[in-house]
Design a protein around this ligand. Structure first.
Ligand code: HEM
Length: 376
């Protein structure tokens, strides 16, 4: 028999999805097997809805005394997203890098002033393919047992490092997965960002640099990565991320639109806010992305079909102007392939998170028709 204290602790874990889900650690003297059995028998609590927009969206000091940088401890997760890494290193997210969707929406709003519907859209898109729907936890880095017991395969629950769910080729400061490490800071890539900032931005990173560097990254991968692919959903993150450093990494008291490269390194490599950093003034999403897409009007999503330099368009992928194709394919292909026949609590959790994803899609202005892969 388990002690009532242990059961109470487990209920609390399920109900509040604490930051460090101790599913595989000794709790009240339980063995791992006892704990697994107890967790699966605990009443499941549906994931709460995401928060709304911030009441106060003004610029403010976010590198404050309550959020000091702390170096990583063994087992802490960091991954391909410099913003989430930074938020975890400053305690806006659980410092171990394991977070719930609500925690991530709150953190990106509070720390960077990311617009609410876009934040929800990004979070539920990534969570549904990389997180654990039942424990409501996701790793911002690699796969870890800290997200709890996995649902049945083919589900992966492998964190943001997972290639070709949301992470993908042509990152600005991370190498393509083909070259071995798709999530750690890569100095060679960063030096390319520096080179383009010097050439097109007088030493700063701005929308013009973002466009030129994105074009280069795509051409570079076509020429050097035999397994290069750039299709939805990665297609959308690739283009949006190009302008994120301009929109979010510039101090909120500076309206120049020019990102200093030491500040860029602080986020991309060191996962820390610069001293005295203020978040931007007013929430925003991917403003400026048109500058990037305008430089590549003929670009089509696709892949290298037969090694390097064999790029062909993929007509089954959504293009950047087809957000509803993206939404429907993402649900019916990406999510369904990981969860072909969910049952019980897992199915309920997926349906609720799919609902949150759809609501975010509509709130972001895309009037798509909702799809119900697991019934209404
Ligand atoms: C809202 C939740 C967010 C999630 C779930 C998320 C997730 C991700 C993922 C999976 C990647 C890897 C894509 C790749 O390059 O292969 C990424 C990259 C990136 N993210 Fe985030 N992100 C979020 C918010 C943000 C915010 C608020 C910012 C800016 C403040 C940001 C800035 C970036 C940048 C600049 C990259 C590109 C890194 C590079 O290309 O080297 N992200 N993010």
């Amino acid at each position: 028999m388990f002690s009532s204290l242990a059961i109470y602790a487990l209920l609390a874990i399920q109900a509040y999805t604490v930051s460090a889900f101790p599913a595989y650690e000794s709790l009240a003297g339980l063995s791992r097997e006892e704990l697994d059995a107890a967790v699966s028998s605990v009443k499941w609590v549906p994931p709460p809805p995401p928060p709304g927009p911030l009441a106060d969206q003004s610029a403010k000091l976010v590198h404050d005394a309550a959020h000091p940088y702390e170096p990583l401890k063994p087992g802490d997760q960091r991954g391909p997203c410099p913003a989430l890494n930074t938020l975890a290193s400053h305690g806006y997210l659980p410092r171990n890098g394991i977070a719930t969707p609500v925690q991530i929406v709150n953190a990106v709003q509070e720390g960077f002033n990311l617009e609410n519907s876009f934040a929800r859209f990004l979070v539920y898109s990534t969570f549904l393919v990389n997180g654990n729907p039942v424990t409501n936890l996701m790793s911002i880095g690699d796969k870890t047992s800290l997200t709890g017991q996995d649902p049945p395969k083919p589900a992966t629950v492998a964190g943001l490092d997972t290639h070709n769910n949301c992470e993908g080729d042509t990152s600005m400061t991370r190498a393509d997965a083909y070259f071995g490490d798709n999530h750690s800071f890569n100095e060679t890539r960063f030096q390319n960002l520096v080179k383009f900032s010097k050439k097109y931005g007088a030493g700063k990173y701005n929308y013009t640099v973002a466009a030129q560097y994105r074009k280069f990254l795509i051409e570079d991968s076509i020429q050097n990565n035999p397994q290069f692919t750039l299709v939805s959903p990665r297609l959308f993150t690739a283009f949006a991320e190009s302008v994120f450093p301009v929109n979010f990494f510039i101090d909120g008291r500076d309206t120049s639109g020019q990102l200093d490269l030491d500040v860029a390194r602080s986020f991309f490599q060191n996962m820390t806010f610069p001293p005295n950093f203020h978040r931007r003034n007013g929430s925003v999403s991917n403003v400026g992305q048109d500058v990037v897409t305008d430089l590549m009007p003929n670009f089509r999503p696709g892949y290298n079909a037969h090694g390097v330099n064999s790029y062909v368009p993929d007509p089954t992928s959504a293009t950047l102007t087809e957000p509803c194709v993206r939404y429907v394919n993402f649900v019916n292909r990406n999510i369904k392939s990981l969860y072909p026949n969910p049952t019980g609590v897992l199915k309920e959790a997926l349906k609720i998170n799919l609902q949150y994803l759809y609501e975010a899609t509509v709130a972001a202005g895309d009037g798509c028709t909702q799809v119900f892969p697991y019934g209404k």
